[in-house]
Design a protein around this ligand. Sequence first.
Ligand code: HEC
Length: 262
Amino acid sequence: MLAGGRRLDTPFGAFYPPNITPDPEHGIGRWEFGDFVRAMREGKGPDGTIYFPAFPYPSYTGMSDADLSDLWVYLKKVPPVAAPAPGHDLNFPFNIRALVWPWRWLYFNAGEKPVDAARPEPWRRGAYLVRAVAHCGECHTPRNFLGGPENGRELAGNPNGPDGKRIPDITPNEKNGIGAWTVGDIESYLEMGILPDGDFAGGAMVEVIENSTSKMTPEDRKAVATYIKSVPASGRPDVVREKCRRLIALAVLDGLGVACFS
Ligand code: HEC
């Protein structure tokens, strides 16, 4: 368990998450608590290496001090596995780690995010779980061509998600999303993987349900479902605006290229 190596295919290549058991050589056995907090909050290794955001630190950065500390206590007790995980197999130019710096500048916002104080519980708990701990948006929020999350379209689905699969829209959109699902339907799905029509969950969601949401307390599942029911229903993706953004970005990159090579 937690020895890494679960291949994650993305448009940028294949990522192999590392061994995070307490093995001193192949895992994180030599890390201090501060190293762990830095990895989760800042996306940096003990030696300052920046992590690819396939490690969902842009979500984990929002975890509370108390939860990070509990998680650290738990990870220290996992049986160590003395085996390395394979290295990433990324396409050029995404294998250049330095490119993560501009990505971070554009898309990474370190630290806990304020939760709307006017909202009642369990919404607030749900927002925290969905956005930070359970990182639902890492798969369900659409991404632009640079792999940056389109935060104005939270949970609106990703046609090209991890493992090369289409990730469904889980906003309350009646047609494309899960607007017809009740809070109870979402709770049962997260607990047992059964859809309202009696079908079963598939793909990467099976792992999410097995390893994460089925292990949540019923109160936490209700909080997640309550929050999901409250996000804005997705609209039609604004294709024209996205095309304009791409053209501008290409023009800027082109300009930079000319500046660098002339
Ligand atoms: C690793 C990627 C990943 C993460 C993280 C993830 N999901 Fe999913 N989710 C999927 C995939 C893939 C499917 C499609 C499953 C299928 O084909 O049956 C899915 C399906 C769903 C569905 C059913 C939608 C439908 O129309 O059938 C719901 C609801 C859902 N996810 C909620 C969540 C919630 C809540 C979280 C966070 C706790 C979450 N997901 C995190 C990948 C993910």
